[in-house]
Design a protein around this ligand. Structure first.
Ligand SMILES: Nc1ncnc2c1ncn2[C@@H]1O[C@H](COP(=O)(O)OP(=O)(O)OP(=O)(O)O)[C@@H](O)[C@H]1O
Length: 817
């Protein structure tokens, strides 16, 4: 054997050859200057160590290319390895050996020597120069710095080691020593060993260290995070357990658990769409993991309860018997032929096509004409349940569609709430007062309503709170409104409008006789008693105690009479018969509230009765004109809108242009002022349809020819005196009839609307279609001048309360054209 001392000493032979026993390593690379304990079990390896002990303790340490092979061949051993010395050998009781080896220098196998007992190789020692250049110095410094940095974060590295490493001056040696202290991958370590050029080795090492630092840092971060998480979960678990223990002591545990079981059963039992069921189960799973009393659990529980309480598939059996439906509609309501007819058509189509994707019905009319109650009747006629939602004043989209569940106190919208209340998915859903919705920064409720009412979309209505599609297409929607123009156009577009224009006196009488009286008798506990309203008493109430298009006040007055009789009865049980006569009405209801009959006591100069259309039906509108000495000023008062003012100016211009034919002094406007006033000055009025009335009033004032008191008129006027058509004719004529007017002038073009006027009215009121202002004046004015030349004198005689008490509530009185 060659003297190893000689090689490892400072001899400058770079490539000396040695024969050494080989110890194949599985999972460790031993670097020069590194001391490592090895556990050796394989017989050949043990023998190799034994041989080493006999021969200056030298051994060649090289790694197997594949760790798993037990009996490696030559090809399985890496050629580059480390020549080392065995420092210590310890035989363990199980026959294996623990050896402490120290690396000395690199070596390369040049030959495998045949030996049956152990591996033996011929090795050339690769000595390295200890000289350092600038590059290696720089790299060495970086490595020391990086090592220090690593030591800072990895507390297992001792300060002494850091010190030792900083003291190493020879770059190649530094590389080997540092390499030994890192847990690099085995392939990287072997590569470090195999890199013979020191600078290259240093560079590669530096790269590996940097990477290691990064990985280590990341590793630390993850560990901290996991630890935090673990601590939190453990804390929660601990607290929950504690809470449970406390509750158990107090006996609440069982209740909560029972509630959960009940809820789960409900989810299982409830018939609902797959999507809803999945959501309910998923939320239930969450709920189970929550502390039962927590706020969060309440939110989740509420949501689940909403899901299971909705009528997803529950429905009432719909009756499609048209005769039966007609009977019920007639049973509940007098008259209303057109709406009833339309409703029956609607039901007929529905029975044929099963699912009606047709337009929604919209009943438009003044208050108290039975819009809501006819919708209720439809429900009864078809065997559906009835639900009503008033949209008056709704200004927030969320009221229709709900708030998202993320908001505190969130709830589903009113549609879903109402459905839960009815418990079926096919009720008659009455949306009242669609014209009273408003819009503000919280969104536009009418847009949400569009989705509800559109048959193309409403089969998957998505409430924000539920966040599940709900099928609204089984519902029969009926909407109601007082005025058409106030309904947003896109909504109008989706609905079929049915007008309920208001009742005639005769209709009101019949409604009272056949419906309202019996209803109120029952409501006031007088059923079975003999209560009798004479026909004249009913007319008396209608004429002197109500002035309305519908019958709500009439019903209220009847109710008031019944109430008073009930009181009588309670006082004096003997009395069972109550006769209500025309005379006794004032006993119950006080003095008459309204004057019925002639609007004027005598024909007057400058006073004309016009006809207006308002939200509560038609109205009489008094127009007064006075002339006085002045300079041709035209004054217009009575809170008139721009359109109405302009209309009065047009009327004035027309009169001026016709001074000759009216036999008025053509220069009248230079010497007199004209004042047009429309009383009830506090109520805003607008619209062009009072044009001919104002013109007649001016003409009458200027010619001093009185106007017939029992005549009313409506129509727009052009500068040349043509009479243009107006709207709301039926309401206006009903109002004229109510007011005791005998003759009404209407625009010729409105003749086509006369078919809507009940015969009972047209028999009592003469309706005269007119085309031109000349005709109007012909019908309206006396042919002779009034002898009372200056009407101002009579100012005090004019009954100013001509319209007084006309409407008990100051309504927006809009004249439309
Ligand atoms: N044609 C009729 N036959 C029998 N009763 C009627 C008739 N019209 C109205 N009524 C009765 O008048 C009352 C008022 O009707 P309802 O509440 O339906 O009015 P409405 O048109 O919906 O009013 P609003 O626009 O103010 O909601 C109800 O009690 C109703 O039964």
């Amino acid at each position: 054997m060659i003297n190893l001392q000689k090689i490892l000493g400072k001899d400058h032979l770079h490539h000396s050859k040695l024969i050494l026993p080989l110890l194949p390593l599985r999972d460790i690379v031993v670097f020069p200057y590194m001391v490592a304990p090895l556990f050796v079990g394989r017989a050949k390896s043990v023998n190799a160590l034994a041989d080493a002990m006999n021969n200056e303790k030298s051994v060649f340490l090289s790694i197997q290319k594949t760790a798993g092979i037990d009996n490696p061949k030559e090809k399985d051993i890496s050629t580059i390895g480390t020549i080392g010395t065995v420092l210590q050998l310890l035989r363990l009781p199980d026959g294996t050996v623990k050896a402490l080896v120290e690396g000395k220098s690199r070596g390369r196998i040049i030959n495998f020597i045949k030996n049956e007992d152990f591996f033996q190789v011929e090795v050339e020692s690769l000595q390295e120069s200890e000289v350092s250049d600038t590059e290696s110095v720089a790299l060495s410094r970086s490595i020391v710095e990086s090592f220090k940095e690593y030591a800072k974060i990895n507390k297992s590295i001792s300060k002494d080691l850091v010190q030792n490493i900083s003291n190493i001056e020879i770059p190649s040696r530094l590389a080997d020593t540092v390499s030994a202290h890192f847990a690099f991958k085995i392939e990287d370590k072997q590569k470090l060993l195999e890199t013979e050029v020191p600078n290259k080795r240093l560079a590669f090492l530096l790269e590996l260290i940097k990477m290691e630092i990064e990985v280590f840092q990341m590793d630390q971060k993850i560990k901290v995070r996991v630890k935090d998480q673990m601590e939190k979960t453990q804390k929660n678990y601990y607290l929950n357990e504690q809470m449970r223990a406390i509750k158990k002591e107090m006996g609440a545990e069982d209740d909560a658990a029972e509630e959960l079981i009940e809820l789960e059963n409900q989810i299982k039992r409830k018939r609902m769409p797959r999507e809803a069921a999945a959501k309910a189960r998923q939320e239930f799973k969450k709920l189970k993991q929550m502390t039962p009393m927590s706020a969060e659990a309440t939110v989740v529980r509420n949501y689940i309860e909403w899901i299971i309480s909705l009528p997803w598939f529950d429905r009432s059996k719909v009756r499609n018997n048209l005769d039966e439906a007609e009977k019920i509609l007639n049973e509940d309501h007098y008259g209303l032929e057109k709406p009833k007819e339309r409703i029956l058509e609607y039901l007929a189509v529905q029975s044929l096509v099963k699912k009606l994707r047709g337009p929604i019905l919209c009943l438009v009319g003044p208050p108290g004409v039975g819009k809501t109650s006819i919708a209720k009747s439809v429900a009864r006629a078809t065997g559906r349940k009835f639900v009503r939602l008033s949209l008056g004043g709704v200004r927030d989209e969320a009221e229709i569609r709900g708030h998202r569940r993320t908001y505190i106190g969130a709830m589903p919208g009113k549609i879903i709430q109402s459905l839960k209340k009815t418990g079926v998915n096919n009720p008659v859903f009455c949306l009242d007062e669609v014209d009273k919705m408003s819009m503000d920064f919280r969104g536009d409720p009418s847009a949400a309503l569009l989705e509800v009412l559109d048959p193309e979309q409403n089969y998957n209505f998505n409430d924000h709170y539920m966040d599940l599609d709900y099928d609204l297409s089984e519902i029969l929607f009926i909407t109601t409104a007082n005025t058409l123009p106030d309904i947003p156009l896109p909504l109008q577009d989706r609905m079929e409008i049915i007008r309920l224009p208001g009742y005639t006196e005769y209709e009101k009488y019949n409604i009272a006789k056949d419906f309202l009286i019996s209803k109120q008798i029952k409501a006031n506990g007088l059923k079975g008693k003999d209560v009798n309203f004479s026909p004249n008493s009913i007319y008396n109430i209608i004429r002197h105690y109500t002035r309305e298009a519908g019958v709500r006040n009439l019903e209220r007055e009847i109710s008031s009479i019944c109430r008073k009789n009930a009181r009588e009865y309670v006082k004096n049980k003997e009395q069972t018969s109550f006769r209500i006569t025309e005379k006794s009405i004032s006993k119950f209801l006080g003095p008459p509230k309204f004057r019925y009959g002639q609007v004027e006591e005598k024909d007057q100069v400058g006073i004309v009765t016009g006809l207006a259309w308002t939200q509560v039906g038609g109205e009489l509108l008094c127009i007064e004109t006075l002339t006085m000495p002045g300079k041709g000023k035209l004054m217009i008062t009575g809170k008139l809108g721009d359109v109405m003012k302009e209309s009065s100016q047009a009327a004035f211009s027309y009169v001026r242009s016709r001074t000759e034919s009216f036999a008025i002094n053509p220069d009248f406007y230079e010497t007199i002022d004209i004042h047009i006033h429309v009383p009830e000055g506090a109520i805003p009025k607008d619209g062009p349809s009072a044009g001919i009335a104002m013109c007649t009033s001016i003409a009458s004032a200027l010619t001093h020819r009185p106007v017939f008191r029992d005549l009313a008129m409506t129509g727009e006027i052009t500068l040349r005196g043509r009479v243009l058509p107006i709207g709301g004719l039926k309401e206006k004529i009903l109002a004229a009839h109510r007011g005791g007017i005998k003759k009404v002038l209407i625009p010729k073009e409105n003749e086509k609307d006369l078919k809507d006027i009940p015969a009972s009215i047209s028999r009592q009121v003469e309706i005269v279609p007119v085309d031109h202002m000349d005709e109007v004046l012909f019908h309206a004015l006396h042919s002779k001048k009034s002898i009372e030349i200056n009407p101002v004198k009579h100012d005090r005689d004019i009954p100013i309360e001509i319209m007084s008490g006309k409407t008990e509530t100051p309504v927006h009185s809009t004249i439309i054209n």
